[in-house]
Design a protein around this ligand. Structure first.
Ligand code: NAP
Length: 206
């Protein structure tokens, strides 16, 4: 059954290990800047380039994402990457979401700028570009470096534009949050309270 027609949907792709305020501010910024109707958070399943053992169980990452997004009526969480068997490629997620929401819906894939720099190497990368606009969220101090021209030219060659948003709140990072928990330091104000409680209750990152 098709869902209610949404004109523009943002898709927050990431591991969210754990989700933090930087991600939420990124999604809110994209919502406003690109006039999105909805931002769908897509915690990753088994990413193509990662050792699954290094990533926290999808059950926890999904639940933390639900807790963090609960109070925003424009945010939703999808399980499609988590529930898919095997390696999760973005092309498969985009095809599924197009089928679910309808061809007329515009998809905006939002993720970290360093991830987008590698887009050319993704499975069916050219089709990815046709199915979605790409928004790279840049954190303070991040530099696209020499690769920028290459990536921008590749987008232009396919009649597309790489969108970049600078998000000061992305000074927060999941790596730092995990390290702080391990070192018994406070993570208050870095993650929503509910996520903080969830991490401690489930002894994550220790
Ligand atoms: P990740 O490990 O979660 O993050 C890589 C970097 O990007 C980190 O600096 C991270 O910051 C930041 N980041 C991640 N998601 C973000 C978001 N939504 N908004 C702002 N910053 C974000 O990245 P990943 O899970 O490997 O990849 C991200 C997405 O790209 C996933 O949906 C993944 O499936 C997709 N991807 C697809 C392919 C493919 O199809 N071949 C290959 C690579 C990635 P934090 O650590 O603070 O989160």
């Amino acid at each position: 059954m098709k869902k209610q027609v949404q004109r523009r949907i943002g898709i927050m792709g990431g591991t969210f290990d754990p989700i933090h305020y930087g991600h939420l501010v990124t999604a809110e910024a994209a919502l406003g800047e690109f006039n999105l109707d909805l931002v769908l958070f897509l915690p990753s399943g088994t990413p193509p380039h990662k050792d699954a053992r290094q990533v926290t169980d999808a059950k926890h990452r999904h639940l933390m994402t639900v807790l963090a997004t609960l109070t925003n009526p424009h945010f939703e969480v999808s399980r499609i990457d988590i529930d898919r068997e095997g390696v999760t490629y973005t092309i498969d997620s985009l095809r599924l979401l197009k089928a679910e929401y309808g061809e007329e819906t515009e998809l905006y894939f939002i993720t970290g700028a360093d991830v987008v720099m590698e887009l050319m190497t993704w499975k069916d990368s050219e089709e990815c570009l046709q199915l979605a606009e790409f928004i790279a969220a840049s954190r303070p101090g991040f530099s696209f470096g020499a690769k920028t021209t290459l990536v921008e030219e590749w987008f232009a060659k396919h009649g597309k534009k790489l969108h970049v948003i600078n998000v000061p709140a992305m000074a927060i990072s999941s790596t730092d949050v995990r390290e702080r928990v391990r070192a018994k330091k406070s993570i208050r104000y870095l993650v929503p309270e509910t996520v903080e409680y969830y991490i401690h209750k489930n002894n994550l990152y220790i």
